[in-house]
Design a protein around this ligand. Structure first.
Ligand code: ARG
Ligand code: ZN
Length: 897
């Protein structure tokens, strides 16, 4: 990856895929672990791939010192060509041969956290996508699958725990206070799934007997002080094992399954076979230190990595262009897992709304910006730049549409066929779609498969226009759906997509109407999924006594922008009565968005009252509703984000967007004051802490209410609610309540905020993940007089700040640049200057984190002046730096194109 800092980056193309010239059948690795000088002896058994013309063996390697190369036990000549070791005179013929390579690497100098590195005195590895080449020379590509034997040797007192993939087959003492452990992985795997861990760790352990009778040992390894934060991760793992077996018939195929937490990690977690390595953020939790959101994230990330054991590991990717084969599918699976753990249907809907919110605020902008790429990309300069919301979240939506088209049972049958065909193989997205279609030969998916697969090849978010005409004489309603998709880089023209549109019809007073298409013999109750395949299609519903209100794209049945000229009255009907909770929420969002856009696009200063009585009244109805869940209420009462609002505009003035949303929030805070008081008082007490959907929803609503009451108090100058917030902060029995109260004070900028922040820091000075929250809250605070940027610069000099730690860097720098638009987009361009400095600073030691930050200015072309010109200049400043990594170079080059 990124150490290639000379010359232009080479672009890798999907169409250039060629099978490897050699196979590696077995790998025997022996590590002498030392932070300053780790010796790696790599003994491989290789053979030529008979279907590929004879050629030299080219092994990938990066930042390695070669000490010795032996072929069949004898020295041989080799050359180093850039990042490859080339062997030209290998034995002829197709007999296997032995290759032994002895290299040295320096883990303590590995700041990019790819390959073998040290975190707080413990060795960890991260090999996906191309990190294994930083450990030893290898065919570092996912279609080369080998059997691994790994021996670890290290000082016993410093590194008492020695872990690798598979089963522990031997261990024992060595001279000089050293010891060893030998691990054998019973499953063949690509090298990106290799892992080792060595250090001082303790484990929570649990033995389970699976549904099919298999006995397994589950372990969660953490640093000694963190044992009291491992219960939730373990419970999530146990639930994951049970779920995959129950829902998809996929059992755990290992005797031992380990999770290890590290505080230095570029991403969320990694599914190494039998030895998952996690960012501490997605493992450690207890009521005192983690919020409800943290608990939910841990459940879904533990599930995600576990589910990779089948979707990713047993069946892996042929090449990295197929990344969504495992990531899109596994995100879909973890979403389904979290939903299936909800007892109530309404809690499932809440999870769906949250997932769609992520898709629309992060993936839709990506799809409309300079980094837009298909779910299965066609080319890349740096693969690490393609671990994106498009590959993950949009990829999951594509899988979800397949399930919608073939039904839940049909999809399970498709998964079964996929594993029957491809277990143990490295395959493509086409292979997956083909298996789902072949298992459902009579489905729309099978009928439309080539067209459906445009979701994999075409970038961009389709727009669907809906137009309804009621004919009173014919008692019919004709719905015309049209689709279009804007050009994206390298793709000027788009062919129509296959778009499943789930819908229902309501009467003006909110009754669900029977659905009967003209050619049907009878009507159906509830929802129906239409499949749009043409640029434009009409559907006529009959036997309707009055003009219906269409409820379209129920459950967000396709990742599209739905444009429908709803009247306010229709949206109010949907908000009050749609039986589909997603569309009920969506109607509220549309009402709010409409008001935001009106206030933004109006001439003159921002109005202090963007909201009208009808909207406020409808929000009050939802808030006070006797049947709706607290979690759902909290979602409805939360206004669309500034990022989402900005995406709807042709030209964005971030300050105006911010000001309008603030005005809306303040108006909603004041107008519903009594209702917020009621909401807070009736939801604040929840007994013993349990991060389940009910408790989580109640705390979320109480938190929102408290925040609103503090916002309202800012205007009246009233001190009661800030005082209550401070009390609540001090007396809270869990982190969710404590943090919500703290943030109510910080966001309303009350004088008590300082005191609360100081107290919070003192309470949690030894809890790294809690300090991340403390930093993030301040870097994300509202900006009144340009005060946030100086505060951020000051936070970077705080003794607890460390830019080398990705979580901490994200908590300050990303919270400011990516999550605080009102403070980041300054008319004096100082935010952009800060951004460019940090991108270049980070790039010198961690290109992956730097390239993520580089994407904060993706949407610069949409900005109004003076922002646009200043943003361009800042990006150009980064691009002009001569020794950029491939990672950052690719992002800024595409941004300026
Ligand atoms: N496969 C991991 C996951 O579960 C992501 C690893 C990505 N790491 C990287 N350096 N690109 O999503
Ligand atoms: Zn994944």
């Amino acid at each position: 990856m990124s150490s290639l800092r000379e010359g232009p980056a080479t672009v890798v193309r999907r169409e250039d895929y060629a099978a490897p010239a050699y196979w590696i059948d077995t790998v025997d690795l022996c590590f002498d672990l030392d932070p300053a000088k780790t010796r790696v002896l790599n003994k491989m058994r290789l053979r030529r791939n008979p279907v590929v013309p004879a050629q030299a063996l080219r092994l990938d390697g990066e930042e390695l010192n070669v000490a010795r190369v032996l072929v069949n036990g004898a020295g041989c000549s080799f050359k180093i060509d850039g990042n490859q070791l080339v062997l030209e005179s290998l034995p002829e013929g197709h007999e296997p041969f032995d290759l032994e390579i002895f290299t040295i690497c320096v883990p303590e100098k590995n700041t990019q956290l790819m390959g073998l590195y040290v975190s707080q005195g413990t060795f960890f590895t991260q090999c996906e996508a191309e990190g294994f080449r930083r450990i030893t020379y290898f065919l570092d590509r996912p279609d080369v699958m080998a059997s691994y034997t790994v021996t670890l040797r290290a000082d016993k007192s410093k590194y008492p725990v020695l872990l690798s993939n598979g089963n522990l087959v031997d261990e024992g003492p060595l001279p000089d206070g050293r010891h060893f452990a030998k691990w054998v992985d019973p499953h063949k795997k690509p090298c990106y799934l290799f892992a080792l861990v060595a250090g001082q760790l303790v484990a929570r352990e649990q033995h389970i007997i699976s549904r099919s009778g298999g006995k397994h040992q589950l372990q969660v390894y953490v640093r000694p002080g963190d044992m009291d934060k491992t219960e939730h991760a373990m419970n999530s793992l146990i639930a994951s094992v049970a779920w995959d077996e129950a829902r998809f018939g996929l059992p755990l195929d290992l005797e031992r399954f380990m999770i290890v937490a590290t505080s230095d990690f570029n991403m969320g977690a990694m599914e190494n076979k039998g030895l998952n390595i996690f960012n501490t953020k997605y493992v450690l939790a207890n009521a005192a230190t983690a919020t409800d959101t943290d608990f939910a994230n841990i459940e879904s990330v533990v599930g995600h990595e576990y589910f990779h054991n089948w979707t990713g590991n047993r069946v892996t990717c042929r090449d990295w262009f197929q990344l969504s084969l495992k990531e899109g599918l596994t995100v879909f699976r973890d979403q389904e897992f979290s939903m299936d753990l909800c007892a109530e249907p309404s809690a499932r809907a809440v999870k769906r709304i949250e997932d769609v919110r992520v898709l629309r605020t992060a993936q839709f902008p990506e799809d409309a910006g300079p980094m837009a790429h298909p779910v299965r990309p066609d080319s890349y300069a740096e693969i690490n730049n393609f671990y994106t919301v498009t590959v993950y979240e949009k990829g999951a939506e594509v899988v979800r549409m397949m399930q919608t088209l073939v039904g839940r049972d049909g999809f399970a049958a498709g998964m079964k066929l996929y594993f029957e065909r491809h277990d143990g193989q490295a395959v493509t997205c086409d292979d997956f779609a083909q298996a789902i279609a072949d298992a459902n030969p009579d489905s729309d998916l099978a009928r439309l498969l080539p067209q459906f697969k445009r979701w994999y090849s075409q970038a961009g978010t389709p727009h669907v226009q809906a137009e309804g005409v009621y004919d009173a004489d014919a008692r019919s309603y004709t719905l015309t759906l049209s689709q279009s998709c804007l050009p994206t880089p390298g793709q000027a023209l788009k062919e129509p997509f296959v778009i499943p549109v789930s819908l229902g019809l309501l009467s003006a007073d909110g009754q669900q109407l029977p659905l009967q298409l003209a050619h049907w013999t009878h009507a159906e109750e509830g929802s129906r999924t239409l499949v749009l395949t043409q640029a434009s299609e009409s559907f006529t519903f009959v036997n309707l006594d009055s003009a219906p209100v269409p409820s379209l794209l129920r459950g967000f049945s396709a990742p599209v922008v739905l444009e429908c000229h709803y009247t306010d009255a229709q949206l109010l009907t949907l908000l009050a009565s749609d039986p589909d909770p997603f569309n009920r929420w969506e109607a509220g969002q549309r009402l709010a968005l409409r008001r935001a856009l009106l206030a933004i696009l109006n001439e003159g200063p921002v109005t202090t009252e963007p909201l009208d009585g009808a909207f406020i009244g409808a929000m009050r109805e939802v808030l006070r509703h006797p049947q709706l869940d607290a979690a759902f209420k909290e979602l409805v009462l939360t206004l669309p984000s500034e990022t989402y609002i900005a995406e709807q505009l042709a030209e964005v003035d971030p300050q105006r967007v911010h000001a309008v949303r603030e005005a809306m929030r303040e108006q909603l805070a004041s107008a519903l004051q009594d209702d917020w008081v009621w909401a807070f008082e009736t939801h604040k007490d929840n007994g013993a802490y349990k991060p389940d959907p009910i408790g989580t929803g109640r705390r979320a609503l109480a938190g929102l209410a408290l925040g609103m009451l503090c916002v309202a108090a800012r205007h009246t100058g009233d001190a009661v609610w800030p005082g209550k917030a401070y009390q609540h902060f001090k007396n809270a029995s869990n982190m969710t309540d404590r943090f919500n109260a703290l943030s109510a004070l910080v966001v309303s900028e009350h004088a008590l905020a300082r005191e609360a922040l100081t107290r919070f820091h003192a309470l949690f000075r030894d809890e790294a993940l809690v300090l991340d929250k403390w930093f993030a809250l301040q870097a994300g605070a509202p900006d009144r007089n340009g005060n946030v940027l100086p505060a951020v610069r000051k936070l970077m000099t705080h003794p607890d700040f460390n830019i080398k730690n990705p979580n901490r860097a994200r908590s300050v720098i990303f919270s400011y640049c990516s999550a605080n638009p009102g403070a980041f987009h300054r008319t004096d361009a100082a935010g952009y200057l800060f951004w460019s400095e940090r991108v270049m600073e980070l790039d010198a030691f961690n290109p992956q984190v730097a390239a993520r930050l580089a994407r904060a200015l993706d949407r610069w072309k949409k900005l109004a002046e003076p922002y646009r010109g200043a943003a361009r200049e800042a990006i150009a400043r980064v691009a002009a730096k001569p020794d950029l990594s491939n990672d950052v170079r690719e992002v800024v080059t595409r941004a300026l194109a």
